[in-house]
Design a protein around this ligand. Structure first.
Ligand SMILES: C[S@@+](CC[C@H](N)C(=O)[O-])C[C@H]1O[C@@H](n2cnc3c(N)ncnc32)[C@H](O)[C@@H]1O
Length: 257
């Protein structure tokens, strides 16, 4: 063995050892992080992404809103995005609970409700809510609503199928005071149908609240499309979760554009 080969293989052995030790160290730190939550200070890489993924894979998640503990069942493996609670829903629930809009006695519809957390909180805050999503999401949605809306409020939270752009005649045109949507702006192919649905459900007085993380350029494009039909203002930004809340209302002047 020449000196060059000897030093080369020693160096590569040392690097391999370091690399596997580093993997063990980082894995342990991550496990400790997962076990002990956000209190750990030393985190060698993007812990929030890891924690976020972990949250999505849990079979349930617990929240406190409207003086109640809300336990939401999740099922990422079976149903994917519709069966986990997204940060945008939690941020909009917080906004509603802080009095961002008065929901007492209001007729509310939630679009793309997923697990139903937002609609449940709206009902607990006094609204009459129609909580909607696609057919595949409805069983889990029903079960979460049943488990978290007390019997005396049960008539205030109705689960109904609504695939954007379809069978809109079964929803009263302009029939809602408030339309809620959390993290529903993400599929470009649905933007047209989503706008058509908002347009159908809105009267001149209806308030639309959409919470979203603006991940891609297409999400900004949706906002431009939304501004073609409605007057849109950002009313809140949660920098910890990178979630925006937009309020939209019928822009009467642009109605025929
Ligand atoms: C990212 S998830 C958000 C779920 C929930 N709002 C939350 O924030 O936790 C998007 C939701 O939009 C629903 N969705 C997607 N395309 C839809 C469509 N064309 N019609 C109705 N709902 C749709 C999905 O089923 C899913 O529940």
């Amino acid at each position: 063995m020449t000196m060059k080969t000897y030093f080369g293989s020693t160096l590569s052995f040392t690097m391999r050892t370091w690399s596997s030790r580093w993997k063990v160290v980082t894995t342990r730190i991550c496990l400790a992080y997962l076990l002990f939550g956000k209190k750990m200070a030393l985190v060698p890489y993007d812990d929030s992404a890891l924690w976020g993924t972990q949250k999505l894979h849990q079979s349930s998640s617990v929240y406190n809103f409207a003086n109640r503990t809300i336990q939401i069942k999740q099922d990422w493996k079976q149903l994917g995005v519709a069966a986990v609670v997204w940060d945008a829903a939690v941020v909009l629930c917080t906004f509603l609970e802080m009095g961002g809009i008065d929901l007492q006695g209001r007729l509310v519809i939630e679009l793309g409700a997923g697990t139903g957390l937002l609609g449940i909180v709206a009902a607990l805050l006094g609204a009459h809510v129609t909580i909607t999503d696609r057919k595949a999401a409805l069983a889990l949605l029903e079960s979460n609503v049943g488990a978290n809306v007390p019997t005396d409020l049960r008539t205030k939270a109705v689960v109904k199928e609504l695939t954007w752009g379809q069978d809109l005649a079964s929803f009263a045109p302009g029939g809602y005071d408030v339309i809620l949507g959390a993290d529903i702006v993400y599929l470009e192919e649905t933007f047209g149908a989503l706008l058509q649905t908002l347009d159908h459900l809105c009267s001149d007085q209806t308030v639309i609240l959409l919470s979203c993380r603006l991940r891609y350029e297409r999400d900004q494009n949706f906002l431009k499309m939304l501004k073609g039909l409605f007057a849109v203002h950002e009313v809140f930004y949660d920098s910890n979760h990178d979630v925006h809340i937009f309020k939209a209302q019928r822009n009467v002047r642009n109605r025929d554009l």
